[in-house]
Structures are given as C-alpha cells and as structure tokens.
Ligand binder design. Structure first.
Ligand code: PGA
Length: 263
C-alpha cells in the first residue's frame, strides 16, 4: 500500500527564533500512526526546526523548499543539495511559485530532482496547471508535459528507492481559498500515474505517493483523502496553524489505518 504523506510548506514565513516552537507544537499535535509528516521551513529555519523536532522523538521529517541544480560554484544566494546534509532529508522542487518567480523550467526542475536523489534527499516534485489552461481543457496535457520534462533523465528505480513524491497543485488553487474538487484532483492523479506508466516506470511509478495541494484545510482534507488514488497533501497556508494541522493529519490517519499502514 502506498505511503500517506502530509507535508507542510511554510513558504516565506517564520523566523529562526519562532520556527522551532511552532514545529514542536505541530509535531506534538499531529502524532498519528502511519502518516509520514514533513515540515518544510525557510532555509534559515532548518536548523532550529531540526533541533526542535529531534527532542521527544518527534518522528517528523524536515524538508527544504528548494535546492540548486549545481553542486557548488559561483551562484550567489543559492543552496546546493550537499549543503543540506544534516539539516533536511526532504526537499520541495518545482513549486509553482518558483516556476513563476524564478522562471524555473521543467528541464531545470529535472536537474534539481536528480541532485536531490543523489544527495539522499526525498524530492517532492510539484506540478499543476494554470487557470487559463484548465479552462481551455488543457490541464491534463499541461501536467503530462510537466511530468515528462521534470523527470527527464531520472532513473525510475533510483527515484523509487530515493522516495520521490509528486504533488499535484493546480496553480489557481494555491493560496486562493479555492480548491479543486476531490474528483478532479483524483482524475489528475490518475492521469499522472498514466504518464508514469507511459514513460515505462512500471512498479517504480505505481508505488510513488502522489499528493494534492492547493488551499487544503482541515475542512477540505476529507474530500481528497476519500479518493483512493490520492496519498496525502502538500499544505501551505494552513500548515502554519497547529489546529489546522491537527485536523489534517488526523484525517490522513484514517486513510493510513484503512490502508493497513498504522500497525
Ligand atoms: P496553500 O499552498 O495550501 O496555501 O494553497 C499550497 C502550496 O503551495 O504548497
């Protein structure tokens, strides 16, 4: 049975002085057997969050929100995969805000996925269409292209062994309070599995967790977790609120138990 994952994307929020406390509070309020929990704070908060989560055996992983596609060099302000050793074990790649703000292309994202896997970081690869693309009936085609481009050159077995996770995040649903329906999200997740199959990923693709992201809250998580093809959520705004995270992870725990992951 595929893993159930709830990942918190704190985006450009929290500071080194308050991030540890928030992580500790969320960790203690989301203890739920069978659910893999990940918190992705800003780079400067990775160390305090790691230290806070190391207390009391919190069993919550730490992720970065980005990684550079080169190992080292003249890239002012950037952070490479080897630099994250000891700070994070996961990393978000290709988030739509980075595709928008930093012009990240599928080809660049594929290099980041490769660097993450090489360094032993579990990548959360984000894909998702714009509103105009959905309205034009092109959502599936756009996401298919993103998956093919963002995984170009990636070895399926290495990706599966390295714990690759995919997050389907329709851009129009991110931070807007407007989420996809569970049915639409599940249809896209199925399409993504079809793309992986078409790429010849076979078993390596079939086992990958695929998450939904976009305005997920404790009130809407049920609609997504009720879909058998959806394996969890990448949560932005609500992930800064312990009450919300408690509700979201509790609902994911029901799915984990139903999948026999909790024992
Ligand atoms: P949101 O963000 O939950 O605030 O919509 C999700 C994300 O961007 O990962």
């Amino acid at each position: 049975m595929r893993e159930v994952v709830i990942a918190a994307n704190w985006k450009m929020h929290t500071t080194p002085s308050d991030a540890g406390d928030l992580a500790r509070t969320i960790a203690s309020r989301t203890r739920e057997a069978g659910v893999t929990r990940v918190i992705c704070p800003p780079f400067v908060c990775l160390a305090p969050v790691r230290d806070a989560l190391a207390e009391d055996d919190h069993d919550v992983a730490v992720g970065a929100q980005n990684v550079h596609h080169e190992l080292a060099g003249a890239h002012t302000g950037e952070v490479s995969a080897p630099m994250l050793a000891g700070l994070a074990t996961w990393v978000i790649v290709g988030h739509s805000e980075r595709r928008r703000d930093a012009g990240e292309t599928d080809a660049l994202v594929a290099r980041k996925v490769g660097r993450a896997l090489e360094a032993g970081l579990r990548p959360i690869l984000c894909v998702g269409e714009q509103l105009a693309e959905r309205e034009a009936g092109r959502a599936t085609e756009v996401v298919d292209t993103q998956i093919r481009g963002s995984l170009d050159g990636i070895d399926p077995a290495q990706a599966a062994d390295g714990g690759l996770v995919i997050a389907y995040e329709p851009v129009w649903a991110i931070g807007t309070g407007r989420n996809a329906t569970g049915i639409d999200a599940a249809a896209m997740v199925d399409a993504i599995r079809g793309t992986l199959d078409g790429l010849g990923w076979g078993e390596s693709g079939a086992g990958l967790p695929i998450l939904y992201g976009g305005s997920v809250t404790s009130a809407t998580i049920g609609e997504f977790m009720a879909e058998p093809s959806i394996d969890g959520a990448l949560v932005g705004g609500a992930s800064l609120k312990p009450d919300e995270m408690a509700g979201i992870v509790a609902r994911a725990g029901i799915t984990a138990r139903a999948r026999g992951l909790a024992g």
